[in-house]
Write a new protein. Structure first.
Length: 430
């Protein structure tokens, strides 16, 4: 193999390299924002910020009825067919309009109930959900623009936008936290989608004008059947994932302490940062690539290539995180968080198995195997909560991260079983 030629022509390597820069910058600015939150609002504040992020995570997907993966697939497939793209974007804008109306009613008129469920009956942050009710349209537009860049595999522009968003978001979070404390943090988190929309618009106007013809959009649902399958997958799974996170955070608070709930949230934040090294390859590379593959031999070759290139890097990076965990805690947080050092072993182990399994399970999304996708994801979520309830009484908060590890072992075994015909045996068309 001509190594320089391979490096030059490998889309997987290009996506990974471009994303590595983004993740390094994200890590730097995460250090700044997490340090500010740790000093200014403490473990309890970080737990509440984590709960709000779970709410945002759900509504980001719901803002286009969970069709982002479908958008990526069909944009990649029809990027040279302007007529089909017009039908596609017309459908998703109608979906977004429906989602925005539904979200507004839930968030604005249900703000009191949501406050009690997410923050607790002793907290009074219902106004955050009322603010969020007006932010949903920006989330929908962000998801559409994000999906367009992914569908076009515009990884360089994607990374550039990501860098700008990380830097400006961190500044807003730190400034508002300094000025208004925890209330400022929550307001910053809730309103960042507006900032993201402005950045997307300024940096990518040419691409959006090329592929999204606003004057030609109509009130049609030509792609409703194709997109609704992805909608059912995403909305169901994202809802249960985020509601489970909130439930587990409340479980830790009630069974152990609010400080431990904050430490677990901090561990999850660190996990999200280092997992960003691989996160971008799923929508930018794996989903479009799997969508094109129509036989088991090519599927195996692609999976092997991904593992061969990324697993050594991931293992090496996770090893460094484990070795320097106490230094990372001191850099990102305060001495109040040193107790979370015991959480790293099982969190890292679980995240490694999660990546290995997700490389395979993304085949369900690419091939619209809705039943398999929803079943495996809900299985994972239910196992996580069930094992957390069981192990927290034995091991405390460490039992929750051990539950995280166990659930992904079982999830991986389940995915292997469901994909056994594609992974073993003679070459098959599908």
């Amino acid at each position: 193999m001509n190594l320089p030629s391979f490096i030059k022509n490998s889309l997987l390597l290009k996506v990974t390299s471009a994303n590595a820069v983004l993740v390094l910058v994200r890590m730097l600015f995460s250090l700044i924002s997490q340090k500010a939150l740790a000093i200014l609002v403490g473990a309890e504040g970080i737990a509440m910020v984590g709960s709000l992020k779970n709410v945002l995570s759900f509504f980001e997907q719901f803002s286009i009825l969970g069709t982002s993966d479908g958008l990526v697939k069909y944009i990649s497939e029809f990027k040279d067919d302007k007529k089909q793209l017009n039908h596609l974007f017309s459908t998703v804008f109608v979906f977004s309009l429906i989602a925005c109306v539904m979200s507004f009613v839930i968030l604005f008129f249900g703000s009191g109930v949501l406050n009690n469920l997410v923050f607790g009956i002793n907290k009074d942050y219902g106004f955050i959900f009322k603010i969020l009710a007006f932010i949903i349209p920006f989330m929908g537009l962000n998801c559409i623009m994000y999906s367009l860049l992914n569908g076009l595999s515009a990884y360089k522009l994607f990374s550039k936008i990501g860098l700008i968003i990380v830097v400006t978001s961190t500044l807003i979070i730190v400034l508002l936290t300094l000025k208004f404390g925890l209330t400022g943090s929550l307001i910053a988190i809730a309103t960042i989608p507006v900032l993201q929309f402005i950045i997307y618009t300024i940096t990518s106007t040419k691409i959006y004008n090329t592929y999204i013809k606003l004057k030609k959009l109509s009130f049609n649902l030509n792609f409703k059947n194709q997109l609704l399958s992805y909608s059912l997958m995403a909305v169901t799974v994202v809802f249960f994932i985020n509601i489970t996170d909130v439930a587990i955070r409340n479980l830790i608070e009630n069974k152990v302490s609010i400080t431990d709930a904050g430490q677990w949230t901090a561990m999850r934040s660190i996990s999200r940062v280092y997992m960003q090294f691989t996160a971008a390859i799923f929508p930018l590379y794996i989903l479009p690539m799997y969508a094109k593959i129509n036989n088991s031999l090519d599927f195996r070759k692609e999976v092997k290539k991904i593992y061969k290139m990324l697993l050594p890097l991931l293992v090496f990076g996770m090893s460094l995180v484990f070795i320097f965990k106490e230094l990372i805690i001191k850099a990102l947080y305060t001495n109040e968080f040193l107790g979370m050092a015991t959480l790293f072993k099982w969190q890292l182990s679980g995240d490694l198995i999660k990546f290995i399994a997700f490389v395979l399970s993304y085949e369900f999304i690419a091939k619209k195997q809705i039943g398999y996708f929803i079943f495996t994801e809900l299985f994972s979520v239910l196992m996580f909560y069930g094992f957390s309830v069981y192990f927290i009484d034995i091991y405390g908060t460490e039992g929750v991260v051990f539950a995280h590890f166990v659930r992904y072992i079982l999830f991986f075994c389940l995915v292997l079983f469901l994909l056994r015909h594609k992974l073993i045996g003679s070459n098959k068309m599908f």
